[in-house]
Design a protein around this ligand. Structure first.
Ligand SMILES: [Zn+2]
Length: 371
């Protein structure tokens, strides 16, 4: 009888109760609906304009999470050889931290780990300084990049099994987390096309899903030793073949089964730009906290907000709590976005659509009734 009572009590224990470690990770994150913005970190000469934008536009629009893509644009002390030509200084970052705190915005720095180690014909700083970390050193970056190409080259990856790569990238992660006073880190990890390459002496023949999951877990475990939380893009955890999602917003290279191999305290940023694909439900059902991310299509953003609201209304409390909100992704530099926001009539269509999507998304999220 006593055993039965214990089992009953266990069954009645709320599953929503966060573990102490997760609760510590979340202490600086919004408890309500997330309205996020993901954008490239401003250049040093654009810091003041960005601070003004945070005060005058982002905070009034309800933005409460700001993912800043920093990558190598910081004056790293641990690895000065990995600084870009015009890096942010610690003092500049402190200004961003102060402004975000004053405005109730959680600041989350991003460094692309694993994938996105090149862009078109240029290596990232990591691979240009440490070419030995390249997963596919036999693939040459072409002078004039085109997609598709014979090598299936989109972006380079570092080899997750190189014995020295983590000592380098984790030093950058630690430094930037400290500089940003952050409790969550975004590692990117989207669109990883090169993984388990047949010519890599370490990864050859290994399961891409296991390699991907091991790398996610490695980064997550490193952050958790400091009560910090890992955020990633979700595309590698979706099966692009059986779902029709394709090889960009989902995986065509067999990484999708990693979804069952990674700790579910990793936060998934689930990006879909052309349609409001209902994959947030999949991530939530798998136990992940999830955030839906639009880009440049206002009507898709509207549908995504409607899906979020519908999910909240129709799900039980455990699932509803896992779907945390929405985050606008901006794929230009910060200055171009700010300029386009203030003067849309003189901006390119590519910029206008992103500005419009942000305005639509933030207005729609602001309309969601608070519980
Ligand atoms: Zn490898």
């Amino acid at each position: 009888m006593k055993l039965k009572l214990t089992v009953l009590l266990l069954l009645l224990t709320p599953l929503t109760k966060a573990s102490p470690a997760l609760a510590a990770c979340e202490k600086n994150l919004p408890t309500g609906i997330i309205m996020g913005l993901s954008i490239k970190a401003p250049a040093p000469e654009g810091i003041n304009a960005f601070l003004t934008f945070m005060n005058d536009v982002l905070a009034p629009a309800g933005v409460n999470v700001l993912v800043l893509r920093v990558d190598y644009n910081y004056a790293y002390e641990s690895h000065p050889e990995l600084r870009s030509a015009n890096p942010l200084t610690r003092e500049m970052v402190q200004k961003l931290v102060l402004s975000s705190q004053e405005n109730g915005i959680a600041l989350i720095p991003q460094i692309n780990l694993l994938g996105h180690q090149s862009w078109h014909s240029t290596h990232s700083k990591l691979l240009s300084v440490y070419p030995e970390f390249d997963e596919t050193p036999h693939v040459q970056l072409p002078e004039n990049y085109e997609w598709p190409n014979e090598d299936g080259l989109y972006c380079k990856s570092y080899c997750p099994l190189h014995p020295r790569v983590h000592e380098v990238v984790f030093a950058l992660v630690d430094e930037i987390m400290e500089a940003f006073s952050a409790t969550a880190f975004h590692a990117g990890m989207d669109e990883v096309f090169y993984l388990a390459d047949e010519k890599c002496p370490r990864c050859h023949g290994l399961d891409p899903a296991v390699l991907f999951a091991d790398e996610v877990r490695r980064i997550r475990n490193h952050l958790h030793t400091r009560d910090q939380q890992l955020w990633i893009w979700g595309d590698r955890l979706l099966d692009g073949n059986t779902t029709g999602l394709g090889i960009w917003e989902a995986a065509g290279n067999q990484t999708h089964t990693a979804i069952d191999l990674i700790p579910n305290d990793v936060v998934i940023c689930d990006w879909h730009y052309d349609r409001a694909e209902p994959t947030a439900a999949y991530f939530a059902l798998k136990g992940f906290n999830v955030i839906t991310c639009p880009w440049n299509n206002s009507s898709v953003a509207k549908q995504q907000v409607a899906q979020f609201v519908g999910f909240q209304e129709s799900s039980n409390g455990v699932l509803a709590q896992r779907y945390r909100g929405l985050m606008q992704t901006i794929w230009t530099d910060a200055k171009s976005f700010i300029d386009a926001y203030h003067s849309p009539e003189s901006a390119s269509e590519k910029l206008q659509t992103q500005v419009n999507c942000f305005k639509t998304l933030s207005a729609e999220v602001a309309e969601i009734p608070k519980k």
